[in-house]
Design a binder for this molecule. Structure first.
Ligand SMILES: CC(C)(COP(=O)(O)OP(=O)(O)OC[C@H]1O[C@@H](n2cnc3c(N)ncnc32)[C@H](O)[C@@H]1OP(=O)(O)O)[C@@H](O)C(=O)NCCC(=O)NCCS
Length: 189
């Protein structure tokens, strides 16, 4: 969630976004957004995932599941069951979003984020939430999509991660909660 970015270098073939079986989610991608394998294990199995996938399998590449192209990026969503009070649809949290590092800045991340937003909205969710660091490009990434800061969890990354998380020479300590509300899905209208 809070790694730096390198320049895009790889050629980009035709790609599309489609649902992804969580069991097929590539671990290097998952860990590039959330370095805690334990945490990822905790939310992946019951999650809803989408992949940015090459539209065709490249010639000369080893066969992939279903004969489809490589997963170039992914996003992982989990229902916030605690948000259900009266049987209405739950809010959702974006737990992980990542794109192959050599393909950053080509629009795949934004397309995945849009799909996550559309999907949560289509489920009747009152809102989509995400937790991220308190500084860095990811704040622009989410706020450009309409997310607003709704909270801060002090010392979250110190308490919940065994490895220190650094970005541009600054250690991540606190987590910001960002929320995108879907007013048309809320009982208030
Ligand atoms: C965040 C991420 C998925 C964005 O994917 P992407 O395909 O590069 O995104 P897009 O090309 O659609 O948009 C690029 C924008 O995202 C911004 N961005 C968001 N998160 C970023 C990050 N962690 N590092 C660098 N840039 C990031 C860029 O600044 C860029 O903004 P600009 O157009 O003003 O320059 C990708 O940077 C990534 O996989 N990062 C590592 C994993 C991660 O940190 N995930 C969670 C973020 S909280």
């Amino acid at each position: 969630m809070i790694r730096g970015m390198k320049a895009s270098t790889a050629p980009l073939a035709a790609w599309h976004i489609e649902p992804l079986n969580p069991a097929e989610a590539p671990w290097p991608l998952l860990l590039s957004a959330d370095p805690s394998r334990e945490k990822v294990r905790g939310y992946l199995a019951g999650s809803t995932c989408f992949a940015a996938r090459e539209s065709f399998q490249r010639e000369g590449q080893p066969p992939r599941p279903g004969g489809r192209g490589e997963v170039l990026g992914l996003c992982v969503l989990v229902a916030l069951r605690a948000s259900v009070e009266d049987g209405s649809p739950p809010a959702w949290e974006l737990m992980n979003i990542a794109v192959t590092e050599t393909l950053h800045n080509r629009g795949l991340g934004t397309a995945l984020l849009r799909r996550a937003i559309e999907w949560a909205r289509s489920q009747g969710a009152p809102r989509l939430e995400v937790g991220t660091g308190t500084f860095g490009d990811q704040l622009v990434f989410y706020q450009r999509a309409g997310f607003r800061v709704t909270g801060i969890k002090r010392d979250f990354f110190l308490k919940h991660y065994t490895t220190q998380l650094w970005e541009r020479g600054v250690q991540h300590r606190d987590m910001l909660r960002l929320t995108l509300n879907f007013p048309s899905n809320s009982s208030g209208g």
